[in-house]
Design a protein. Structure first.
Length: 194
């Protein structure tokens, strides 16, 4: 009887080990880091609305500028940590053709309250209307926030990453594309400059 129990336990351990290995292999072959790269591809259209005016916008309207597109949420601590740095990037590099667009999929009223009570965004602050979903590749934000994309002046995704960045991360990400950007001679999109 003791031999039977020992053999059963040994067989169970081998089967469990194999099952864990199979699950580990399946997970690593479908994980986010194995997702196909979108670097070098055309940035798909993204329709959103401005938080302050509710005006509809599309990502394509910003062609000719270096766009740092940041997908965030008010409930996301790493997102909140990087927002002041995104404000700083917008203020410092706007005249060189950089535009920072921050978009959340939360309700407009939630973002407005956040800007009123916590931090006024100096970026192009937008929201994804509730009747829309994130198109690929922007839907990666459903697995990790914040998520950032650098889109060159010609509309090509040049870089992307999950997780919070800091000011030097953002500068390093946009700097290589500045010589191709059109300096902004349009009226400023920031609220403090009219």
């Amino acid at each position: 009887m003791l031999e039977w129990t020992g053999a059963t336990l040994a067989l169970s351990a081998v089967l469990m080990g194999g099952g864990i290995a199979a699950l580990t292999l399946a997970e690593s072959s479908t994980g986010e880091e194995k997702a196909p790269s979108v670097t070098g591809t055309e940035a798909p259209g993204l329709r959103f609305r401005l938080v302050d005016s509710n005006e509809p916008k599309t990502l394509r309207e910003y062609r000719g500028q270096v766009v740092l597109l940041n997908l965030w949420a008010t409930w996301c601590p790493p997102c909140l940590d990087e927002l002041p740095q995104l404000n700083r990037l917008q203020k410092t590099y706007e005249s060189e053709g950089v535009i920072v667009i921050t978009i959340s999929d939360e309700r407009r009223s939630t973002i407005r309250r956040f800007e009123r009570e916590k931090l006024e965004l100096q970026t192009v602050s937008g929201y994804l209307p509730q009747d829309r979903s994130w198109p690929a590749p922007y839907n990666r934000v459903q697995q990790s926030r914040p998520y950032s994309f650098v889109i060159g002046p010609e509309g090509i995704i040049r870089d992307f990453w999950a997780g919070a960045g800091n000011y030097s991360t953002f500068v390093e990400a946009v700097r290589p594309y500045l010589s191709n950007a059109v300096s902004s001679d349009k009226p400023s999109l920031r609220k403090d400059v009219q």
